[in-house]
Design a protein around this ligand. Structure first.
Ligand SMILES: C[S@@+](CC[C@H](N)C(=O)[O-])C[C@H]1O[C@@H](n2cnc3c(N)ncnc32)[C@H](O)[C@@H]1O
Ligand SMILES: [Zn+2]
Length: 283
């Protein structure tokens, strides 16, 4: 099966079991490419294989746009963050049943976790452009469009692992959807991530880890923390993608970023730095 074929499969059975109707909270039955609850609310899978469960408008600038997603997909396919994917697959070695990736983007990391396990995966993201790709990333991956700041359309205690990579963190929902023995795996950029690119990228918030601990503290206790740090050589094309796939993409017209990116001619050695933290539920 080629990767492009997975998007035409119906959602994996474990994903259907875990999802809940976003109107009334009831479980779904899958009939072909339609999810239907007992109250007759129904949601059709998009042609590209994901299901959109949203019924509220999303503020502009929340979802990654199609050009950002294309830049991210190409950048990740170049292998520049392969080291992080490997670390996440290791951290998620206990994955079984269902893994939920909150803010999954193109599904690159979730697919790596699924490859290393027998689990199925649910990719949640508010960007349909991203989930078109995620739905094709692995045969055991199902993708649903949702706003992570709203209560998730997912049952209680359905996941052995929740994965969260550079994406919004909703502590109460992480806690609710995880099994009591479940594991939360959070990846965040380190303070010197891409530092050689200066203001082409947006600065990493130095107090991010502190804030992360604050957000999760009520619900989780940290059980591990690994730093992943490498120097990689990025081509001008990869540098452009690294900028265009991130939040700086919303500000390309400021500070001459667009012109500076277009003028890049040489490869550059750049620091990539991440922290991968694992947490267990408290209570
Ligand atoms: C920096 S990207 C990371 C994507 C993926 N985890 C990766 O590392 O390749 C952040 C992702 O979070 C998604 N996102 C942002 N706000 C969101 C929200 N409120 N609900 C769901 N997804 C959101 C974006 O659409 C985007 O795909
Ligand atoms: Zn319903």
């Amino acid at each position: 099966m080629t990767p492009a074929d997975h998007g035409n499969d119906p959602l994996p059975p474990r994903v259907v079991e875990a999802l809940r109707c976003s109107v009334c909270g009831s479980p779904f039955d899958a009939a072909g490419r339609t999810l239907r609850c007992e109250n007759r609310h129904s949601f059709d899978l998009a042609r590209q294989g994901y299901v959109n469960l949203l019924h509220a408008r999303i503020p502009a600038g929340t979802a990654d746009t199609a050009p950002m997603v294309a830049a991210r997909a190409d950048f990740l396919a170049s292998g520049a963050y392969d080291v992080l994917a490997g670390e996440l697959a290791r951290a998620c070695a206990a994955a079984e049943g269902l893994v939920i990736d909150a803010g999954a983007g193109t599904g690159y990391y979730l697919a790596r976790v699924l490859e290393a396990s027998e689990a199925s995966g649910l990719a949640l993201d508010v960007s349909a452009a991203a989930l078109r790709r995620a739905a094709r990333a692995h045969p055991r991956l199902g993708a649903a469009v949702w706003n992570l700041w709203e209560p998730w359309p997912v049952g209680d205690g359905v996941a052995s692992v929740v994965l969260n990579v550079f994406a919004p963190r909703n502590g109460p929902e992480f806690h609710r959807v995880l099994r009591p023995d479940g594991l939360l795996v959070v990846a965040a950029p380190g303070p010197d991530h891409l530092r050689e690119l200066g203001d082409l990228v947006l600065a990493v918030d130095e107090r991010k880890e502190e804030r992360l601990a604050g957000t999760l503290g009520e619900y989780f206790a940290r059980t591990g923390r690994t730093e992943v740090r490498r120097t990689v050589e990025l081509t001008p094309r990869q540098i452009r993608q690294a900028v265009e796939m991130g939040p700086a993409a919303f500000h390309l017209d400021r500070g001459g970023r667009r012109e500076r990116l277009a003028a890049l001619a040489d490869s550059q050695r750049v620091t990539v730095s991440f922290t991968v933290s694992t947490y267990r539920r408290t209570g």
